[in-house]
Ligand binder design. Structure first.
Ligand SMILES: Cc1cc2nc3c(=O)[nH]c(=O)nc-3n(C[C@H](O)[C@H](O)[C@H](O)COP(=O)(O)OP(=O)(O)OC[C@H]3O[C@@H](n4cnc5c(N)ncnc54)[C@H](O)[C@@H]3O)c2cc1C
Length: 383
């Protein structure tokens, strides 16, 4: 058993660490307030290969795996969760479903532009009336000549305001339940397709979250992504993988909370001593460090398992659930350690707390993760 990162991933990590510290950190508060990530930072991330991280090199991507992605997510989120969420939706959702199900023509059409950042990807499963129970979706794709006509609404779609390409999950056979759900590729300029309201969120604010309106969007047969009736199955497989990325994002936020706190306790004095001298403060730091280490190991184990092709889905659930919950805890502790300043926008840690909370909700809430973990446990230990 080897817990060291491979050399190529260490090299990537160091480049991304420097980039995030120099190009993201100084602007994170401003982007949070403006609720927008500038195109220029997306172009810089594309330049570093972060927008095609898992896309094969033959299509202009970096051809890397889940462990590499986890490392990148941690480094970016250590400075700003919203920027990491933008990458998570692009790489871990949209591109992930294309990787699973796209045919060679679709890969040729979309991968080079996605990898170059010329096209941003978004992924639409959630609807106004269903998120956890995603199989209850209502969006319909009805046969229309050789193609389809898609009608419905999607809710909480990350990157929707700037994306050029959307994976849309819709019912193609209402009588077939989950096996009657398929996935489609919809381009932004498709007829009868519009981006609706942008959410004014608690956290992850520089990452845009919108509703999508599909009012009878006509698409050709080439828009079907994967096999007919397998769109929901593929979407669940995407989520199993995407959760590892959200776990890594959470680790980045927890690390940020700890590192900011470690700096602060050395500078801030109370009762004639630095805060670092107080055992109550030390215990908070120790708890944060312990939980951070445990979360990172869970995330790396889940990522390495996917890279080996084993993909035990329960590992991803455990990693995502634990990492997201300890990230919120770490951020709350960091605010406590920063005292009154922790409750102001002067410091990064208040943003980490707002960003971390999303990780307990998106890509399957903590409750949903517990349901999935318990289901696996009970299946492996029948009565
Ligand atoms: C910022 C943001 C970005 C997002 N990005 C995307 C995206 O890009 N694409 C996309 O498709 N979706 C996206 N989502 C949607 C996200 O995945 C859902 O919000 C999430 O799955 C929860 O669904 P819901 O909001 O409908 O909550 P609900 O399903 O209504 O759940 C409400 C509460 O009930 C609990 N609950 C539900 N069912 C059970 C149960 N059986 N047992 C116990 N408790 C239960 C939940 O845990 C939660 O606490 C995003 C959401 C947000 C907030």
């Amino acid at each position: 058993m080897n817990f060291e990162l491979p050399e190529d991933i260490v090299a990537l990590r160091d480049v991304v660490r420097k980039f995030a510290a120099e190009e993201i950190r100084p602007h994170a508060r401003e982007w949070d307030e403006k609720q927008w990530l500038p195109d220029s930072v997306i172009a810089q991330m594309a330049e570093l290969g972060l927008l095609g991280l898992t896309i094969p090199t033959e299509f202009g991507g970096s051809g890397l795996g889940y462990l590499a992605n986890a490392t990148v997510m941690e480094e970016i989120a250590r400075q700003d969760g919203g920027t990491a969420l933008m990458l998570a939706a692009h790489n871990g959702l949209c591109i992930a479903q294309l990787m699973l199900a796209a045919n060679p023509e679709q890969k040729t059409r979309y991968f080079p532009r996605l990898a170059a950042g010329k096209l941003i990807g978004a992924w639409g499963l959630t609807e106004p009336s269903c998120g956890s129970d995603a199989g209850a979706l209502k969006t319909r794709a009805e046969k229309d000549g050789s193609g389809w006509r898609i009608t419905g609404h999607k809710q909480f779609i990350t990157n929707g305001a700037r994306a050029g390409v959307f994976v849309i999950v819709a019912i193609t056979d209402p009588a077939a339940g989950p096996k009657g759900i398929s996935a489609f590729i919809v381009e932004r300029d498709a007829k009868n397709f519009s981006v609706g309201r942008k959410e004014d969120k608690l956290g992850m604010r520089c990452s845009d979250t919108v509703t999508l309106n599909l009012d009878g969007v006509p698409v050709g047969p080439e828009a079907l992504l994967g096999k007919l009736g397998e769109g929901y199955r593929d979407a669940l497989r995407v989520l199993e993988r995407g959760r590892v990325g959200i776990g890594a994002l959470s680790v980045g936020l927890a690390r940020g909370a700890l590192e900011e706190s470690l700096e602060y306790v050395k500078q801030r004095q109370a009762f004639g001593k630095p805060l670092s001298d107080f055992q109550a403060i030390q215990f908070m730091l120790a708890d944060m460090a312990t939980e951070l280490e445990a979360a990172r190991l869970l995330v790396w184990d889940a990522a390495a398992s996917l890279d080996r092709g084993e993909g035990e889905k329960v590992k991803a659930c455990i990693a995502k659930m634990f990492a997201s919950e300890i990230a919120t805890r770490a951020a709350l502790n960091a605010i406590q350690i920063h005292g009154g300043y922790g409750y102001t926008k002067e410091v990064h840690v208040e943003r980490y707390m707002r960003d971390a909370k999303l990780c307990e909700i998106g890509e399957g809430s903590s409750q949903v993760q517990r349901i999935l973990i318990a289901r696996e446990l009970l299946a492996a230990n029948p009565v």
